[in-house]
Design a protein around this ligand. Structure first.
Ligand code: FES
Length: 70
């Protein structure tokens, strides 16, 4: 799922960032470069991407919690 079109960031990239730098949104943005461009993906809703950054954070956190509970 595309999270940031300008920087070609996917949900998998957000998950990886969260595992590396933790849950801080700003740290995840810096790690992935998400939002460094038009900034549209930082807003919800955003028609340019599958999953805007704020929603991607929630999805990534849920995915990691699911993996931990297995
Ligand atoms: S879509 Fe993320 S900065 Fe443009």
């Amino acid at each position: 799922m595309k999270v940031c079109a300008c920087q070609n960031v996917t949900l998998d990239d957000i998950v990886e960032a969260m595992q590396t730098v933790g849950n801080d949104a700003e740290a995840i943005r810096k790690y992935t470069d998400a939002g460094r461009g038009c900034s549209e993906c930082l807003q919800t809703p955003c028609d340019d991407v599958d999953l805007p950054f704020p929603d991607a954070l929630l999805n990534a956190q849920a995915l990691l919690e699911q993996r931990q509970n297995r």
